[in-house]
Design a protein. Structure first.
Length: 125
């Protein structure tokens, strides 16, 4: 067999091995994709929060709508308490007040498991 033929056969073998590797990882992923109800619930809750900074997406929108200068919004921290049928979410943030000074505030809200704000419970600075 000439040199070109050997390289071609080597490429075929490497290609075949790559296909075997891809096929096995796909079957492993399909077996692992079966989620428990608790995993599905946690994923549902997680979808309401930003993967970037942990802020609650719908609460952030609501806060910005009520701000004097929404562009000055700076997220600091978000925590939540799981109440089984809903979440209590508290977001701490900074933003400019009516006089242009930057102030720290927080908002606590009741949210559903799909990430929507049901009611604002408390707020303060």
């Amino acid at each position: 067999m000439n040199k070109i033929g050997r390289h071609f056969v080597s490429l075929l073998i490497i290609g075949f091995l790559c296909l075997l590797g891809v096929g096995s990882s796909e079957s492993e992923n399909s077996q692992n994709s079966v989620k428990t109800p608790e995993e599905k619930r946690l994923e549902q809750i997680k979808n309401g929060f930003s993967a970037w900074d942990g802020s609650h997406q719908d609460l952030t929108k609501l806060i910005k709508q009520s701000m004097n200068d929404p562009d000055s919004y700076k997220h600091e921290k978000t925590v939540y308490w799981d109440m089984k049928d809903h979440l209590i979410v508290k977001t701490t943030f900074r933003g400019k007040n009516a006089f242009g000074g930057v102030v720290k505030n927080w908002v606590k809200a009741k949210c559903d498991l799909d990430g929507y704000v049901i009611a604002v419970l408390e707020q303060g600075s």
